[in-house]
Design a protein around this ligand. Sequence first.
Ligand code: HEC
Ligand code: HEC
Length: 420
Amino acid sequence: MNPKKSPFRRRRRLIRALIVVGALGLSIGGAFADPPPADGTDLTPIERLGKDIFEDTSLSQPAGVACVSCHDPAQAYQGNNGSSISALARGAPQGALGKRNTPTIMYSSFAPPFEFIEDHDAKTGAVEKIPVGGQFYDGRAVDLITQVEGPLLDPNEMNAASKRAAVEAIRIGAYAPLAREVLGQNIFDDPDTAYVKLAAAVAAFESSPRFHPFASKFDDVLRGKAKFTPLEEQGFTLFKNPEKGNCLACHAGVEKSNDPRDWLFTDYTYDVLGAPKNRRIPATTGPGKIPDLGLCQRPGIKSAAPPAYDTESLCGAFKVPTLRNVAVTGPWMHNGALTTLRDVVAFYATRDARPGRWYPTAKQKFDDLPSVYHANVNVAEVPYDRKAGEKPRLDDSEIDAIVAFLETLTDRPAAYATRR
Ligand code: HEC
Ligand code: HEC
């Protein structure tokens, strides 16, 4: 029960090869001179079919909510569907709210499938298995195709009666001819097969260049077409410095590479940050409420893990998100607890040195996690390796510099978002 060790959290200089493999086979965009046309003529037929499904509000029960309601291209494919609680999106049924903060799904197609992989510790030579990849904050969908049924059937999101019901709505809907053209005239004969192929079309759309335009200032700097300001440059240096921000250790990029695809700002690993409780959302802890423990609650985690693996050590762990477009995708963290980007960076710097700023009482650190799992929280790694009262790894002006750098990761909306 009491997790003494958290094998996954030992530092790994992960997986350059993995990121490159993820990028293979995906075309690289960034070349849109004008906003992509609303009719999707920039897309391949299967991507266009995926777009139609992505925007189809007739699939939800009651009708009215589509993928695009929560993943809005005007907000880097993130959003909350007009919810009164910014961290939790409004679903189709009256009063329904999602359980986590909606992430951007730009660049999500680069995530490798969820699995435990061998990680070689550069210092000790030890080999251990660590979880990586998958879709969702807890990787519970192995890939983008499997992911589709999550929101479709989730009673708090689209609430469709079944996959077959969704296929039937598409069969009688406006773009059924396109589905027949792309997937074959007999596509609707077997609803189960049809479902998988239609979900694959959604995944194809999410893997199209609109979702990875690589059209930020940062990308232009890599390409030699723009220059950082001194503040942005300082922020990037601090971001990489293992004694200062050490952000690159998890929000990975290949330091020597000028190829934007080598800079996805995640290594798709999982980590326990101990984010503060979000007091603006209905209680997730307390009698009758289940705390959000992340990866250890992932369905099938025990069978996915190696034999005898202590899956309790994964309680509190969430997937490292990309930082591309992070300046426009607040609120931040899986529970949306932090409402300014500066707070996120300041949280890293001062979580342990000044805990009272983040938790109501300094004694109750990590207040969104039952105390039995506090030992899982990463307190070993820079920048959160400080003790109460110690000097934070980053001072206020350094925090500002990192924020300025993060703001360079925002894609020009014209590169991917059609005007609506
Ligand atoms: C009601 C709001 C809502 C709707 C509708 C919705 N999503 Fe999401 N989406 C979310 C939330 C919230 C998460 C994070 C949930 C989690 O991690 O447990 C998410 C996560 C995802 C992810 C994982 C991203 C990552 O990097 O881990 C993908 C991909 C995705 N959604 C695609 C879709 C598709 C495709 C549809 C339509 C079939 C859809 N979403 C409909 C709110 C929504
Ligand atoms: C040990 C791994 C690790 C390190 C080091 C790290 N992060 Fe993170 N980061 C994560 C994880 C895991 C999350 C998601 C946590 C959650 O949602 O509860 C995250 C979330 C974030 C978010 C919120 C993203 C969103 O969309 O909500 C930002 C911003 C961020 N990190 C920036 C940074 C910066 C800046 C640094 C360096 C000062 C840094 N991170 C260092 C693992 C790390």
